[in-house]
Design a protein around this ligand. Structure first.
Ligand code: PCA
Length: 324
């Protein structure tokens, strides 16, 4: 409140009492670093909002968990400590399986399928967030999730007992089903976790492989591209509704543009960042037929489990997607 009052006062001073148009300055916590395409897309979104509102609404992006750590961002926005934020959607799967719809291995492993799955699940996610006083703005997928290992893995057996990084409930479950040992590690902590042997392997996108300089720790990348988990951006509904209508519209317009742009950036990243991994000395492999079959079996198990957990709403989503 104090913050807003100050911002309003600055607005009056800047424009003179005659043109007293309140200025709003929003802080936006995000989890990933500045070099990550999601963050760059959000910076552009913030710029678009500022220019569409002629500076009346500015959004300052606090990346890499610098304002709130990733696990706290949702609650900080819910409580109004920050008006807007970004998180990995499936981070919330432990409270409601619906949020994990994009993290079931091989349910939607291409951009086309991921887009279709988003189309049929968006309303459910939007409604869940609305129940929490949050308004969904946009969601953008990471490139496909692939394995980073110290030696070439051609069968799941080789993962037995390996300390495996988890970043949500699905990666934790995947580790268990592979016989590996899951440990939760935020993206920004990957290098430390490898160098202290807390983890010896992980599954993530080529983007996160590059931003964490995976080549310093693991020599092999196995291109499983098993699913495309999304980041989502949402706003505190009360803060949003307190804005004048033209500013709300500017946000929705910038959000729609950010969603389109983000999906395109993500697509372009995939080959680009795999090339960067190779350039830095990682060996890039196609999964062996045996490994691919074993992973698909784990995926089928996880799809069944997800269906159990996600209830009737989950069943409706799978049906609309054409998988039941
Ligand atoms: N990067 C994030 C989530 C999925 C991804 O590709 C991470 O590894 O934490």
């Amino acid at each position: 409140m104090k913050h807003l009052a100050t911002a309003a006062l600055c607005g009056v001073l800047a424009f003179g009492a005659g043109a007293a148009r309140a200025q709003t300055a929003w802080d936006m916590p995000t989890p990933y670093g500045d070099s990550v395409f999601h963050t760059q897309n959000i910076m552009q979104f913030a710029e678009d909002v500022a220019s569409a509102t002629e500076g009346a609404l500015t959004i300052t992006v606090h990346s890499a968990g610098s304002l709130y750590a990733h696990p706290e961002i949702r609650d900080s926005v819910r409580r109004g400590l920050a008006p807007i934020g970004e998180i990995l959607m499936s981070q919330l799967a432990n409270e409601d399986a619906i949020f994990g719809v994009d993290s079931v291995p091989f349910l939607a492993a291409s951009y086309e399928d991921a887009a279709r799955l988003w189309e049929v699940s968006r309303a459910a996610i939007t409604a869940r967030l609305a129940d929490q006083g949050l308004t969904l703005l946009f969601a953008v997928p990471w490139p496909g999730q692939s394995l980073y290992v110290t030696e070439e893995v051609t069968s799941i057996d080789q993962m037995k007992g390996v300390n495996f990084r988890a970043y949500n409930t699905a990666t934790e479950r995947l580790a268990q089903l592979m016989g590996a040992v899951p440990t939760t590690v935020e993206a920004g902590d990957i290098p430390t976790a490898f160098s202290t042997s807390r983890i010896a392997a992980m599954i993530t996108s080529p983007s996160t492989g590059v931003s964490s300089q995976a080549w310093d720790f693991v020599g092999h990348y196995i291109d499983t591209q098993a699913w495309l988990p999304k980041n989502m951006v949402f706003v505190n509904t009360r803060a949003f509704e307190a804005l004048p209508e033209d500013q709300r519209e500017a946000i929705f317009e910038a959000a729609a543009a950010a969603e389109l742009r983000g999906w395109e950036m993500s697509r372009a990243e995939t080959a680009d960042k795999i090339a960067t991994l190779a350039k830095n000395g990682m060996q890039v492999h196609e999964p062996s037929a045996a490994l691919a079959a074993e992973l698909r079996e784990i995926g089928a198990t996880m799809a069944n489990e997800w269906k159990q957990q996600a209830g009737p709403e989950g069943a409706r989503i799978l049906e609309a997607y054409g998988r039941n």
